[in-house]
Design a protein around this ligand. Sequence first.
Ligand SMILES: *Cc1c(COP(=O)(O)O)cnc(C)c1O
Length: 486
Amino acid sequence: MPELLEPVILGQGAPGRRGVAIPEAAVPAPSLSEVLPAAMLRREAPALPQQSELEVVRHYLRLSQLNHAIDKGFYPLGSCTMKYNPKVNEWVARLDGLANIHPYQPESQLQGALEIMYDLQQWLCAITGLERCSLQPAAGAHGELTGILMIKAYHQHRDDAKRTRVLVPDSAHGTNPATAAVAGFEVVTVASDSRGLVDLADLKAKLDDRVAALMLTNPNTLGLFEEDILEIQEAVHAAGGLLYYDGANFNAILGTVRPGDMGFDVVHLNLHKTFSTPHGGGGPGSGPVVVGKALEPFLPVPIVARDASGNYRLDANRPLTIGRVKAFLGNFGMHVRAYAYILAHGADGLAQVSRDAVLNANYLKAQLKEPFEMPHAQPCMHEFVMSGSRQKAKGCNTLLLGKRLIDYGIHPPTIYFPLIVPEAMMIEPTETESKETLDRFVSAMHNIAREVEETPAVVQQAPHTTPIKRVDEVLAARKPVLRWRA
Ligand SMILES: *Cc1c(COP(=O)(O)O)cnc(C)c1O
């Protein structure tokens, strides 16, 4: 069977083969040397493959199918919320009046776009229970940096220079300590206890007047909601620190609880997770920050505002701002998609999203607790972490389990993260999957566990069905081959 497949690499085609036939121009063409300086003229024709339209179509369609994608199959990549992106969002984002505007147009011509951004800001405030929003940051980690720089500006404005530390639980997303370090803070790790939650005693021991903030991922990377969140909040505020809420995984709590009500000062959201704008493959993201009263003066500029007569404008006159964090107004196409998603769902629909996300994750967790090791027995939120340590003892570690899953047409979960669970598999089904899909995943995982017992070589040599068996991931990242060579 495999040898019948057509080659996956674009062939040489044949000299003179073309995809389009352009008719001869009716006017004489200028010679190239008349329009370009001699030094810029190419002396030799480029060595490009010469292909017919059909060959090019087949090449790109084939390439698109080599990658796994959410539109193709189940994608339970923990913490990444690889859920279905409704096509109506794409339709709205491609409307002429939205796709073809330019940020240098005068405000008077951008009223519709500004209204969308203003409404989205207001909705994100309502969803998080906070006061004011900036849509500028281009990703979750960028939102974190924006938030932490505002916290830094807040302490500086109060002449409180001794606050040089940021506390980060060991169950936080990896971008949290990285953000604090990039912003020039010393990162102090707070331990988790046997429940997988913040160890309150350890937190309190590390709270003093050097602490600028606590950055909390909630639900944490074990998929667990921090039950002591109010006590945590009170303790940090009492010590003069501020509270940062990593809300990248907001699909766990959407419409149910709000960081503002929990006393948090700033939260970032990932539109490209919770609000279903596409991600993966390095496309544009969006990581808005929403703040309470303490941090509002420090928001990036400009902010989209509405004046008394109902006109929208860009407000850059904010003396304590940390400045601009992104060119123009952020990734506007993502704002439009999130706007469409929120409108399509309404408040009740958004609350249903989090109920379904949590239900799906708990269903999988219950179905997989045998034969896999489940380090935390309590119910989870939108995702959970299990361990492949029993399978590793039989010669098939978590990496191999993930590779074998590819043969079943399923994207592997996030593996070896969080670091506090050995042989971790972090599984996030998302709310958009049907029970049938979840059941297929469960039976794939049970099959693989049986293979580990009975035919481990099948697992150890996986994947068997992909065009490239094992990618050298380091080489692929360090020396990517991104263009065709003759
Ligand atoms: C995805 C994620 C981030 C980072 O978001 P990016 O858009 O990839 O920068 C931060 N925190 C958590 C909890 C996440 O899941």
